[in-house]
Design a protein around this ligand. Structure first.
Ligand SMILES: Nc1ncnc2c1ncn2[C@@H]1O[C@H](COP(=O)(O)OP(=O)(O)O)[C@@H](O)[C@H]1O
Ligand SMILES: [Mg+2]
Length: 422
């Protein structure tokens, strides 16, 4: 059962009381963490890694440990710490340590705006093994789908175009991600307010042709059952096309609200990927035919029948997106509710459905009389002024005529009369 936790704002130690129990700072009152911390994340709360990273907030408990926010006192910035253990003092198995080292090595060699950035690695010799990353703020696609159910075709493409960019780059570096799924796709909002989609979690990524057992027909099955490519599910060597299949399964889920295959357990789901036909997308969801065709092409059982590269998928998605945006743009937009009100207060046009057009004609005539009357008065006053100016040798003040209230000024000594023009 989740329970609320508190931490000391000075030493970041976690405790349940109202005052920090550390001898050095026992007067500091505890702050309630922003989150309700599940018991499995409790060991990390308030932890200080390598005298440097103070864990301030728990984010997520995964299969291997937890992802937390932390304050880096050296660089004075917030970072994300991914612990590869359930408890800071837990003994970590060789397998987990290998996974941790591989994730750090692979992430360390990737530098791309759509891939989460690695800052540091801790716990290689002692302490909890953890990866320090740039802190992403926003939400992952899994949470978005939980909240929204499914996305519109435009939204789905906008989420996945950057994933194609990330995959194209990673594949170019010889890296296969092998765990493309909604929870590993994050929409990050940077401080300037711009949003950027990033791929994370290279926990089971592989260097192509690198560290897989060589010369064996069968390798260990890894990946998440709902998004696993048939060749990976059957233990064959994964390739770039395996990531594209997973991308297809994610695209399917974005458009439909659920992944293409389900089952009682992971085994059944993997079997379905290998044997079952992909269920058609419901017609009333309004997914355009070319997008449906791309989804089914990505979900081809045979790797060779899928698109050749992430670049090709990107190109096709971009084309569909620009067509969708053209169509959206050509649709007549519903007028804002206050359009008519605005028009009334702006210049009334004879054809506009405004209050002004319905006003009686006599009002218009009355309005037209005022300028004529004004012009007449101006003419009259100017005539008088010129006549008087003639009388006392006046000159017309050019500067004044450019001012808001133009005037004619008498320049004769002792004559300071000014006539302002209306
Ligand atoms: N750098 C980060 N910044 C913010 N949140 C993150 C970051 N990395 C991971 N997360 C969150 O934690 C979750 C689990 O991280 P992930 O690396 O996928 O671990 P796991 O291997 O346990 O799946 C992600 O789905 C995401 O919501
Ligand atoms: Mg993950």
């Amino acid at each position: 059962m989740p329970r609320e936790w508190r931490y000391c704002p000075w030493c970041f130690k976690a405790a349940s009381g109202t005052v920090c129990e550390e001898p050095e700072c026992n007067r500091a009152s505890m702050r309630t963490s922003e989150d309700v911390v599940p018991s499995e994340a409790r060991p990390f709360h308030g932890l200080v890694v390598d005298w440097r990273y103070r864990v301030t907030k728990y984010v997520f408990t995964g299969g291997y440990g937890a992802v937390c926010w932390a304050y880096d006192r050296f660089t004075d910035r917030m970072v994300a710490v991914k612990f590869l253990c359930k408890e800071p003092t837990a003994v970590v198995s060789d397998r987990v340590r290998q996974r941790f080292e591989r994730e750090a090595t692979i992430l360390g060699r990737l530098r791309h705006q759509n891939i989460v950035r690695l800052h540091d690695v801790e716990g290689i010799r002692d302490g909890p093994p953890c990866i320090i990353m740039e802190l992403l703020r926003g939400s992952d696609l899994e949470i978005t789908l939980q909240n929204r159910g499914r996305l519109t075709p435009t939204e789905a493409i906008q989420w996945l175009l950057p994933v194609c960019d990330a995959l194209q780059y990673a594949h170019g570096q010889g890296v296969l991600h092998l765990d493309i799924k909604p929870s590993n796709i994050f929409r990050h909002q940077n401080p300037s307010g711009d949003e950027v989609v990033k791929v994370l979690d290279f926990g089971i990524a592989r260097i192509r042709g690198g560290d897989l057992p060589q010369g064996q027909g069968v390798v260990r099955v890894y990946g998440t059952a709902q998004y696993i490519a048939p060749e990976v599910a059957t233990g064959q060597r994964p390739a770039e096309a395996s990531d594209l299949y997973s991308l297809g399964a994610v695209l399917y889920e974005c458009l439909c609200g659920q992944p293409p295959f389900d089952g009682a357990d992971d085994f059944e789901v993997r079997q379905a990927h290998v044997e079952n036909a992909v269920p058609p997308l419901p017609e009333d969801f309004g997914v355009p035919q070319d997008l449906v065709a791309l989804v089914f092409c990505l979900l081809e059982k045979k790797a060779g029948r899928r698109p050749r590269s992430a670049r090709e998928v990107r190109h096709r998605l971009a084309q569909i997106l620009s067509r969708l945006q053209r169509v959206d743009g050509s649709q007549p937009k519903p007028p804002p509710t206050d359009t008519n009100i605005v028009r009334v207060h702006q210049t009334p046009t004879p054809t506009g459905v405004t209050e002004a057009t319905h006003a009686p004609q006599t009002r218009w005539r009355r309005l037209k009389v005022f300028p004529l009357l004004g012009a007449f008065i101006v003419g009259l006053l100017a005539g008088i002024a010129i006549a008087r100016a003639d009388a006392c040798g006046v000159r017309i003040a050019g500067e004044n005529l450019r001012q808001t209230t133009p005037g004619i000024v008498c320049a004769s000594n002792g004559c300071d009369r000014t006539t302002s023009l209306p």
